[in-house]
Design a protein. Structure first.
Length: 377
């Protein structure tokens, strides 16, 4: 008995650092990566906030895994929408010992970064990188919580033919993995739908002047112009379409589906822009408006596009940890492909390639400064 008392007294004298480690929370690091500067910073910040909101809620719930209290920590990195920086960021996450990564935003960044995560056996869930190639690489630890370009590009081609009754289509893409991928799918589906591709032009994801491209397109008199790229360039493209008096609707995938496009276009795309986005509108799903209110209260900002999906991806990772009774990625990651997880977005189930099974897709119309949902399929 004297030996026990002396040992306990020694531990107390030594201070709290000498108390048994079981009394301390296990810290689980969740990485989130995307463009936090540059033209896509608004989207990158929106994704980051979705992850942070999920982590705030998890920590408030005082989650335990394998009987051990767990504290979740978000580590955010700016990949600047640059593939080389994205690979560096991925290696930093590995070195920091993250248990999972939510991101990246751009397909061209996500695809090379995915190899780093897969080799390190760290699950990565992207809500936004939609190039189909990502899940065709055979990576065990890569998942997509969204619709890919095959779904969105083909959906917009059918929409152009059957809803807008377009006949002639011009296509522009920014030569990124995302932009080219979604444009190629659109072209193939458009041809099958009976549309005539009257011109195909190319630009970059840094361009602001589209007058030369539009001058080439104008004589072909397209009913619609499909843009494979992101919302910043789509805004400038729409503004210059109006300047050159090109009376065509602008179509695109989820890359242009952001409220900021209205401001960048300076009203030129009012009622004339349509885009596809993975997922259902917040207003139409249970808990959607509650999420919007919590988001606004926490960040003093409105939900942009993919914060709900990044929020859901984070919660899904933790549900897999709880089901596996482990924070070890090699133990919980396999469950992501064998289990179905309830979520605000509906059932989350990934197939063996890492694709979300039956992802909903919504077509939106730009009305004023809002993206108004037309239909979800």
């Amino acid at each position: 008995m004297k030996v026990f008392c002396l040992t306990l007294a020694g531990a107390l004298v030594a201070g709290p650092l000498s108390l048994p480690s079981a009394l301390a929370d296990t810290v689980v690091k969740i990485g989130v990566a995307g463009p936090l500067t540059g033209s896509l910073a608004q989207s990158g910040k929106d994704d980051e906030r979705g992850v942070q909101l999920a982590i705030n809620e998890l920590n408030a719930q005082k989650v335990t895994i394998a009987g051990q209290p767990v504290t979740f920590q978000m580590i955010s990195q700016n990949d600047q929408a640059d593939p080389k920086i994205g690979v560096t960021v991925a290696q930093q996450f590995v070195d920091l010992g993250v248990s999972a990564v939510i991101g990246h935003y751009n397909s061209g960044v996500t695809i090379p970064a995915a190899k780093i995560y897969n080799d390190a056996h760290i699950p990565m869930i992207t809500a936004t990188a939609s190039n189909p190639q990502l899940t065709q690489l055979g990576y065990t630890y890569v998942y997509r919580l969204g619709a890919n370009d095959n779904t969105m590009g083909s959906r917009m081609a059918v929409f152009a033919a059957k809803t807008l009754h377009a006949k002639r289509v011009a296509v522009v893409d920014d030569r990124t993995a995302y932009g080219t991928g979604v444009a190629d799918v659109f072209v193939d589906a458009a041809k099958k739908a009976g549309l005539e591709i009257v011109d195909r032009e190319y630009t970059t994801d840094k361009a602001t002047d589209f007058k030369a491209i539009l001058t080439n397109i104008k004589p072909a008199k397209p009913d619609v112009i499909f843009y494979g790229g992101y919302y910043t360039q789509a805004g400038y493209l729409g503004r210059q379409m109006k300047t050159l008096q090109i009376d065509a609707a602008l179509l695109g995938g989820d890359g242009i589906c952001a409220p900021d496009v209205a401001k960048l276009a300076d009203g030129a795309l009012e009622g004339k822009m349509y885009c596809a986005q993975g997922g259902a509108p917040l207003k139409s799903i249970a808990g959607g408006e509650t999420f919007r209110e919590k988001f606004k209260k926490t960040f003093d900002a409105d939900v942009d596009v993919y914060a709900p999906a990044c929020y859901t991806a984070t919660l899904t990772v933790v549900k897999a940890m709880q089901q596996a009774n482990s924070t070890d990625p090699q133990k919980f990651a396999p469950l992501l492909k064998t289990s179905t997880f309830p979520s605000m977005l509906g059932p989350v189930k990934f197939d063996q390639t890492g694709e979300w099974v039956n992802p909903p897709v919504t077509v939106y119309k730009l009305t004023g400064s809002d993206l108004v949902p037309l239909a979800t399929q």
